[in-house]
Design a protein around this ligand. Structure first.
Ligand code: K1U
Ligand code: ZN
Length: 175
């Protein structure tokens, strides 16, 4: 099992637009495996490659809930939202790059998504509920966008200041 360090906000690497993946090769498959290990270990329900310092359009998600739930990991390469519902839903989102801070975000309640899987096959699926929220959150990461970018400036600044403080403390402890 390989865990990759997760980049913490604020960091300019989280603001960049990720590059499409060309060929699905063993390097991509190893990255996806490491991302799933890192996501489950965190624990989290999603992870995007830029969060582990790889500027490529790859995300992993598994929103099955509950201790007895069977894992249902999905690896999405070059994911695209084909259609978003008019109806919206509000979810109190978190982010592994902004640990322990949460805020309500409004997003389309349902989305149709196309992506390439680890065998190089093109897949499409409809998502709703937490899956729809999480897939949108992860695709935002590929476009350099964080959930706090949807908040009012004052709330966003407050969360960014808390993260700056946390990063100073972590740097001091590891010095
Ligand atoms: O992208 C990320 O940083 C992962 C993030 C995904 C996400 C959470 C909530 C709404 C939308 C997207 C997380 O997984 S944060 C951790 C989390 O939400 C969680 C952790 C353990 C169990 C259940 C949820
Ligand atoms: Zn996130």
């Amino acid at each position: 099992m390989t865990l990759r360090p997760i980049i913490l906000h604020p960091d300019p690497r989280l603001k960049k637009v990720a590059t499409p993946v060309g060929e699905v090769d063993d390097t991509v498959r190893k990255l996806a495996e490491d991302m799933l290990d890192t996501m489950y270990d965190a624990p989290g329900i999603g992870l995007a490659a830029p969060q582990v310092n790889v500027l490529q359009r790859i995300v992993v998600v598994d929103c099955e809930k509950g201790e007895d739930a069977e894992p249902n990991p999905i690896v999405m390469i070059n994911p695209e939202i084909l259609q978003s519902s008019e109806s919206t839903s509000v979810y109190e989102e978190g982010c592994l790059s902004i640990p322990d801070l949460f805020a309500d975000v409004t997003r389309p309640a349902e989305v149709d998504v196309r992506w390439t899987d680890l065998e190089g096959a093109v897949r499409e699926a409809h998502f709703d509920g937490l899956w729809a929220t999480c897939v949108q959150h992860e695709i935002d990461h590929l476009d350099g966008k964080l959930f706090i970018d949807y908040l009012k400036p004052l709330k966003r600044q407050m969360m960014t200041r808390k993260m700056q403080k946390l990063k100073r403390e972590l740097a001091r402890k590891s010095a």
